[in-house]
Design a protein around this ligand. Sequence first.
Ligand code: WT7
Length: 653
Amino acid sequence: MTKTHKDVEVLMNEQRVFSPPKEMADKSNIKAWMDKHHIKSYDELLKKAEDVEWYWGEVAKELEWFKPWEKTLDASKAPFYKWYTGGKMNIVHNAVDRHMKTWHKNKVAFIWEGETGEVKKLTYRDLYIQVNKFANALKSLGVKKGDRVSIYLPMLLELPIAMLACAKIGAVHSVVFSGFSAKALRDRMNDCGSKVLVTADGFYRRGSVVSLKHNADEALKDAPGVESVVVVKSVGNQVPMTTERDIYWHDMVEGESMHCKTEEMDPEDPLFILYTSGTTGSPKGIVHVHGGYAVGTYSTTRNVFDMKEEDIYWCSADAGWITGHSYVVYGPLINGTTSFMYEGAPSYPHPDRWWELIEKHGVTIFYTAPTAIRAHMRLGDEWPKKRDMSCLRLLGSVGEPINPEAWVWYHELIGKKTCPIMDTWWQTETGMHMISPVPMTVLKPGTATKPLPGIVADIFSEEGESLTDKGGLLVIKKPWPSMLRTLYKNPDRYTETYWSKYKGIYLAGDIARKDKEGYYWVQGRADDVLNVSGHRIGTAEVESALVSHAAVAEAAAIGIPHEVKGEAIRTYVVLRKTHTPTAELKDELRKWVGIEIGPIARPDEIWFVEDLPKTRSGKIMRRVIKAKAKGEPVGDLSTLANPEAVEGLDHLK
Ligand code: WT7
């Protein structure tokens, strides 16, 4: 039986803790690293690694560099930090090319399974050849170092191949999650000035075909910079191909050489741009670079997941998000890992599809999100119980705080009470795990435990004093190699968003508490950013989508607690006088937001109201709306221009 809330409370009061098996800790990669550096305890390592230049200098030596770096960290233009300056490298040399020199060339890099049950396996040598062929094909389209390529693909093997091919020739990839709408794709392609789009005809989702090319065509109507469109033939649905612009992937790579020179990059050259939500309506183009990002994803994959040669690793995230970039593609490949990749939906065609896949492919390390765990919990304990998952040895969680109920369920039903759970806190911006256990950390359900070696974090009050056992703002006090370098074409917004509240200190945007043992308990976002099923959605994005509809005069979006999704989106909408509130209109507005942003941003609830509480300067007081929704005191209303609107929030039309 699943634990009830009460049981969990009892467990928590007993200070339930779980230690990874001693044998695992003794044989862990992090232990081996400590031994090599004559470090006796993990705490000693954490202390010593506060010298971030020492730690990240040592770690970087484990990768291959065309030319060694001269300076580990250059802070002269802070917050535009530079790592490993003077060196030359390419992340793809480390993720793919160098494996050709060892037996890794024969090792499976990816085991892929489609929703229909089709299985494909790709060795590192196969991957090498496919990356080279596609890299040559991109060159023949005129793609050069520094050019941007947008990738709008479902979880097909072509997704990592396309990313690696871009990086190999020095082009910058910008992956757009295949669940995003045509408009979202268009805006991202235009913002980063993509020359090429890589997409697919379609993909399977819960048995039906989603025509991705159709969305892409819609987006391309208004993306004049895109010269060529490469289309992966995946499901074989009929799609229109525009002559001179569209070309099939398989036609392109045919006849291309299986060799392609890897561009020698400056470690600070951009690797990719990935868009994420912020507090304004326009998503931020997070820029990551070759050098530091390679070092960070390599070492965290190795130490947190304890990646060993014989492991079969599965990260269930889509490569369209940062989790996929760092922990489906780059981190695992640099470590020479065998990864499993799945195209389909979690519980299709049967509720135990995931558990079946773990059993079938012998997955040893599994990394997923609390929202997925909660969704599986609801389907019932009988499903995981039907499967033999004794192959698993370590579990991971990411995306939001994992609630103790879900932790206990994950631990007992999936991890059979033996697998430690690595609750990893990090962000699109940080590029890699920042606060996380390693397989020797004593775990407590609900906390990501301590900052990793080489990460110096703290909890600050508004005034910037360090807090213990009190909620405050989560900050990172020293730069780290895989940090974002800037926001694309918007360095001012970069400085303003992350580095302006406290001087020289990175503001993560989360509220957290650090307990007396130095464990971090992340509580949620401090800003107007929602976390829906582990995905970041800005309230401003939802609001601007709504007000772009002819019926809507004003809108406010807030997050309300949701059992499975963590947070659900509730919107308060003021209609134009020309429109009347109807159930049909609600439906239409929900769909509208889906078209504007993507299905993940569709509001769960739409409330029609007469008015929204605003300041005298016209700013919507989301704080007041939130308090009201939660039934909490609304606080000081003296700055409101229309205090009567607060009462009206309950009077629905
Ligand atoms: C935000 C970052 C990083 C990959 C997935 C999301 C929340 C993420 C945890 C965790 C508590 C977490 C934070 C963070 N978050 N992981 N283990 N415990 N909160 O990436 O879309 O950039 O969102 O997700 O609020 O700031 P993202």
